[in-house]
Each structure stands twice: as C-alpha cells, then as structure tokens.
Design a protein around this ligand. Structure first.
Ligand code: FAD
Length: 335
C-alpha cells in the first residue's frame, strides 16, 4: 500500500534551491562553502535564467541582461576578478550613447549626449557562461519544473530543511499557496516584461564607439546593445530591448515585435531606410525586471526563503548575486 509522504517519514535532503540563475547558484555556493548539502533544480535546459543567450547564425547572442556592474569591495567583486582571470568576463565600457527618435548626425553632439561613469562588464562567451561557471561543483538538475512549495518545506511532496525560491516574484508566487506567509511578502504585480530582438546586419553600420545606447522618447525601444562590441568579436549584431508597454502588446506573439523594432532601430541609428537586417530573432521575457525592489536582501519565513534581483537594491545581476549569497549565509548560520 502506498501513502502520501509526510514530514516524519520522508528522508531529509537539506536545502533545495529552485532556480539556477545567478542568485540561486550564489545561494548554493554560500551554503556549500559552509558544508551544507544543497541541490539546485531548474526548469530550463541549462543554468542561466535571465543571463541566457542563444546561438544564432553561428555565434552566441546575449538576449537577457546586457552587461553587469560591480559594486566596489563587494563579495561579487571577488567573484568577477576570478571570472576575469579565467577570461570569462571583461570590462566593456564606461559610456553609452543616448539616442532619441531623431538620429544624431553630428559626432560632437553625439559625444555630448553620452552617459559615462559606471564601468560595465561583458562576457566574451555570453553571460550564461558566468552562471555555468558558478554551477561548477554544485549538484544541478535541469529540466525539472517545480509545481508547488509548502511553507513546511515540502516541494512537490518531498521534504527539505529549507527551500529557496531564486526567481522572479511572479514565478515564486505561483509556487506558493494563496495563504502562504512567504507569498504575502512578494510583489508579483510590480514586474514588467521586455521583448529582446536580435538583428544581424550585413556589416557594422553604426559608430564603433556606440557600445550601447539608452533610447529616449521612443514608445518601442529602451536600450540597444552592440553585441559584437560587447562580446569582442566585432559581429554586426544589435540586440534591442523594448519598453514594457510595447512588450505587453507583443507577449503572445513575440515575433510580431520584429518589424516595428527593426524600423525603430533603423530610425534611432539613422540607418538608410533601405537597409534591412539579414536575420532577426525575438525572445520574450515575461517577468524581466521589477519596478519595486525590496530594501531587504532576501525574504525568509520559516523554511522558505526567496532571493533574486528584487531584493536589496536596483534590479541587476550584482543585486541578484548579493541576494543569493546573503540568503545562503543566513541559512548556513541557522544550522
Ligand atoms: C531583458 C533584460 C535585460 C536586463 N538587463 C540587465 C543589465 O543590463 N544589467 C543587469 O545587471 N541586469 C540586467 N537584467 C537583470 C538580470 O538579468 C537579473 O537581475 C538576473 O539575471 C536575475 O537572476 P536571478 O537568479 O535572480 O533570476 P533568473 O535569472 O530569472 O533565474 C530564475 C531561474 O528560475 C527558474 N525557474 C522559475 N520557475 C521555476 C520552476 N517552477 N521550477 C524550476 N525552475 C524555475 C528559471 O528557469 C530561471 O532559470 C536584465 C534582465 C532582462 C530580462
């Protein structure tokens, strides 16, 4: 006779981290460093989450995060130094262009419109390679979708001492029951979508010092990245990120974003209207970023912890790493 598992009879598996993005792996590494056994699961085919890209026309194109910044003196800075030594990360640029709906033709005016200051880092092999590096030596099971997490530490019927949800809040909220105290701390409605469109042109048609560009005054675009410049191979590939409002209208069929995005990229870069990309690819991020981050670095209620880029500062790769690391350290101290 079989019976449903209960907490007393089920073998304990220590900590389960759901989500193999950078926050989940930072959390797992912090736990492993103190000898706590931990397993990471992810529904995707590979670790990476929103630092993922895709091989398009023979090279990897970053479709999620465009770059990352490094808070000085942080634990993350030490990790980035390690990546630089391995050739996985490199300083990209301190300045981006600022483009508007009217193309900027005068180079001096364009220079004056640049934003400068913060050093942005990129990854020659794509940002996912950094998450893969963090996964080294960590037990990671990919292709596993978690359906339900209870506040007593049960995950789809298996019990853990602690469960970490390392993912955007809308995804975490779906796993928790409506009356869960862990769910009550989340702000799933504050998340915005983005459609990322990669455009491969016949040759580089924009200035070498563009690097990336914030786009102002456009209802379609918010940011453009010169993917060949950030990856260092000089490929004529632009990755365009759309505004949340535009993305909402194209979430069901992201490929419907391609034509309006192509036209808008051409307009803001001042390309000849006859010039079309050789190829395009659209990717939808339903929960790209939060507009209402929490000041605290993570949430921990009973056996369920939540971490990620919504916790501890502006939504970013660095925030996500710091959140996961802080939650891992807090869980390790409990034992
Ligand atoms: C378009 C875009 C542009 C961005 N630009 C920048 C930028 O330029 N600079 C910057 O610093 N940051 C940027 N970001 C933000 C950055 O990508 C994130 O802050 C960071 O990657 C978040 O990592 P995370 O581990 O918290 O979450 P994620 O990377 O989202 O990882 C969550 C993981 O959980 C998994 N998962 C979810 N639900 C389940 C489930 N039920 N079962 C199993 N697994 C599950 C997912 O598959 C995913 O792998 C951008 C993000 C997007 C989308």
């Amino acid at each position: 006779m079989t019976s449903s598992p209960d907490r007393a009879s089920s073998p304990r598996k220590s900590v389960l981290v759901v989500g193999a993005g950078i926050s989940g792996l930072a959390c797992a590494r912090a736990l492993l460093a103190t000898g706590v056994s931990v397993r990471v699961v992810d529904r995707g085919r590979r670790p990476g989450g929103r630092m993922s890209g895709r091989t398009l026309h023979g090279r990897i194109v970053d479709l999620g995060a465009s770059y990352f910044t490094v808070p000085e003196g942080s634990g993350f800075a030490a990790v980035v130094t390690g990546w630089e030594k391995k050739g996985l990360a490199r300083p990209w640029t301190e300045s981006f262009a600022v483009l508007g709906r009217d193309p900027i033709e005068d180079p001096e005016a364009r220079r004056a419109d640049r934003t400068a200051g913060t050093l942005r880092y990129a990854a020659p092999h794509g940002l996912r390679s950094l998450v893969i590096d963090l996964a080294e030596g960590v037990e990671v099971e990919t292709g596993r979708t978690v359906e339900h997490v209870d506040d007593d530490g049960s995950v789809d019927g298996e019990f853990y001492d602690a469960v970490v949800l390392a993912m955007p809040e809308p995804q975490a909220a779906r796993l928790l029951g409506a009356s869960s105290p862990s769910r009550a701390q989340l702000r799933p409605d504050a998340w915005d979508p983005v459609v990322a469109v990669a455009l491969g042109y016949p040759r580089v048609l924009w200035p070498a010092d563009l690097h990336g560009a914030f786009v102002h005054g456009s209802s379609v675009l918010t940011f453009l990245a010169d993917d060949g410049d950030r990856r260092g191979d000089g490929a004529a590939v632009i990755v365009a990120h759309t505004s949340a409002g535009f993305a909402r209208d194209h979430l069901e069929r992201p490929e419907s974003a391609v034509d309006p995005v192509t036209a808008e990229v051409g307009a803001v870069l001042g390309l000849d209207p006859g010039i079309r990309p050789d190829w395009t690819h659209a990717h939808r991020w339903t929960s790209a970023r939060t507009s209402a981050p929490h000041p605290q670095p993570f949430a921990l209620s009973g056996t369920v912890g939540v971490c990620g880029d919504a916790w501890g500062g502006r939504s970013s790769v660095a925030t996500a790493w710091q959140s996961g690391d802080a939650l891992g350290q807090a869980l390790a101290l409990r034992r």
